[in-house]
Structure formats: structure tokens, C-alpha cells
Ligand binder design. Structure first.
Ligand SMILES: [Ca+2]
Length: 296
């Protein structure tokens, strides 16, 4: 997992190394042990040199606009907004599903179970279809948006994690630092994009959402969303959503922060987590004024 405080960590490691070098030189000068220099510190050295010229991503903050109920049995793997409702893909074998959810109440108004052999993952809409990934089955499902009736399947290599779309293509994460682009009609792969932060790969990219031309990605096992420039793959900002945990009223175990949905028309951004009992409408604040998730 990529550390949310990568740059600070690199700085701390660099600082330790410099101090160790100074101490070692003193020890050598005093006839002490050269063993101090023998401890390898390769990764930190590479990180420090690789990232020296790359700017650190900005830190964007957020405020909570509304809090809504969310099914605490929903192991949220994919989330999207469409025409007044949230559509959700939930995971776990035997509990995987496709859902249409009323935002204000969290009520599931339409549901289709996924066969227990599959662990459902990311979800995206394209026209009148919904497209759902599975984690390790190497198969994706296509449904009719209105009826949830199956329309077909497609296959891919590797794992399936998150899905999103822009105006012309579907974007897929697979747990690595590389995103895939899919043709919306054939669902075949058309390209890949390496995601980097200060020149280093950013792994565990999970649930995705395009927000005003930027690609938001949950980082699995963290409370961070990275904001990715989709043309370069560079992480331009991070948003730490860990303060949401203080507003969770969980009465049973919860899992990680995951799930981002963008209502472009209403200018609303929704986030939640796996088995989280709440879903939050948030307003993201970026220092340079434009405000995804709520107009200024
Ligand atoms: Ca999403």
C-alpha cells in the first residue's frame, strides 16, 4: 500500500540516512565500527533521487454536506450515480449483487444477485447498459440498466477491481498501478496508463470515478483518494477522507473506505465504504478554487 505521507516518509528516511552517515563517519574517524555503513538503504535512495524533481501532489480537503443511510451488509465494490439513484456493485462470494439504491433512504429498490462462484467488483454505466467486473473470475457481466436483465459477458486477464468512464472510453483498475482503457462497445482493451506520484508507481488503485475531467481513485486499505490526470497518469492531488470515520455509527464490523459516485448535473460527490452504515455527500475543496463535489 502506498503511504499517504509518502513524501514526508521519504524525507524522514533521507534524514535518517544522512544522520547515519554522519554518525558512521564519526565512528570511523574514531576507529569505531564500519558496520554502520553496511546496512543497505537502496529503496530509500532510489525514491529520494527519483522524486527529487517531481512536485508533491496537492492536498485537497473536504466537508460533509449530507449523511445518508447505507446498507451495512453491502460490501461496496462499485458505485455510480445515474438519474437520481445510486447504482452499486457489492462483493463477497455468495453476497455479491447489483443494486439500485435510493439515495436519501439507502433503500435498495432493485437488486440482482450474482452467482456465488463470483466475487463482484467494479461497476460502470454506458448508455442503457451496466457493466460489472468480478475479482478473480476473469469475467465481466453486462446488464440492461432498467431491468438488470443479463445482456452478455466478456473476459479479461488478471483481476478486476474498479470501473469508471469518460466520454469515450471505460477505465478499469486491476489492483496494480496500471489502469486499462476498454472500448465501451466491445469491452476489449485499447490501452493502458501507468499511474505515478512523484515519479513512483501508485498501486492498489481501486474504485474509480471521473469528476470534472479528473480521475478519482480509492487506494485500497487507505482512506485516501488520489486525483489522477487521465492524460498523464500523474497524481495531482490527494484527499484524506479518514475524518469521516468519526461520523460513522457502526454497530458491526466495517471494512475499508471504498466507493465514489459523481452526480455531474447536481454537482454532488458521494463516498462510502465496504459495510459502512453511512454514505456521505461531500464537497471537495481544492486550494486553487475550482470545487468538485459542490459548487463554490
Ligand atoms: Ca465509481
Amino acid at each position: 500500500m502506498t503511504s499517504p505521507s509518502h513524501s514526508a516518509g521519504a524525507a524522514r528516511r533521507t534524514g535518517r540516512r544522512s544522520l547515519a552517515t554522519v554518525v558512521s563517519l564519526v565512528l570511523i574517524a574514531a576507529g569505531g565500527g564500519a558496520w554502520f555503513l553496511a546496512r543497505p538503504d537502496g529503496p530509500s535512495s532510489r525514491a529520494a533521487s527519483t522524486t527529487a524533481s517531481a512536485p508533491a501532489p496537492a492536498r485537497w480537503s473536504f466537508t460533509v454536506v449530507n449523511t445518508y443511510p447505507h446498507d451495512p451488509e453491502a460490501f461496496t465494490q462499485g458505485l455510480l450515480y445515474r438519474d437520481g439513484f445510486l447504482y452499486e456493485s457489492t462483493g463477497l462470494n455468495g453476497r455479491s449483487s447489483l443494486r439500485k439504491v435510493e439515495i436519501e433512504t439507502g433503500r435498495v429498490v432493485q437488486r440482482r444477485a450474482v452467482d456465488a462462484e463470483h466475487f463482484a467488483e467494479g461497476l460502470v454505466d454506458w448508455g442503457s447498459r451496466l457493466i460489472q467486473l468480478t475479482w478473480q473470475s476473469n469475467v465481466g457481466f453486462v446488464y440492461a440498466l432498467d431491468s438488470f436483465e443479463p445482456q452478455g459477458t466478456f473476459s479479461y486477464t488478471g483481476e478486476g477491481w474498479g470501473l469508471a468512464r469518460d466520454a469515450r472510453r471505460i477505465i478499469m483498475s486491476d489492483g496494480t498501478s496500471t489502469l486499462r482503457f476498454l472500448d465501451p462497445q466491445t469491452l476489449g482493451e485499447t490501452g493502458r496508463l501507468a499511474v505515478t506520484e512523484r515519479g513512483l508507481p501508485v498501486g492498489n488503485l481501486n474504485e474509480l470515478e471521473m469528476v470534472r475531467g479528473d480521475l478519482f481513485a480509492n487506494i485500497w486499505q487507505s482512506d485516501d483518494v488520489v486525483v489522477i490526470a487521465p492524460d498523464t497518469g500523474h497524481v495531482i492531488a490527494r484527499i484524506d477522507f479518514s475524518p469521516l470515520r468519526a461520523q460513522l455509527h457502526a454497530t458491526q464490523p466495517i471494512d475499508v473506505f471504498n466507493g465514489i459516485a459523481w452526480d455531474e448535473t447536481g454537482d454532488r460527490l458521494f463516498v462510502t465504504g465496504k459495510l459502512w452504515p453511512q454514505l456521505f455527500e461531500v464537497r471537495v475543496r481544492r486550494p486553487d478554487a475550482v470545487t468538485p463535489g459542490g459548487a463554490p
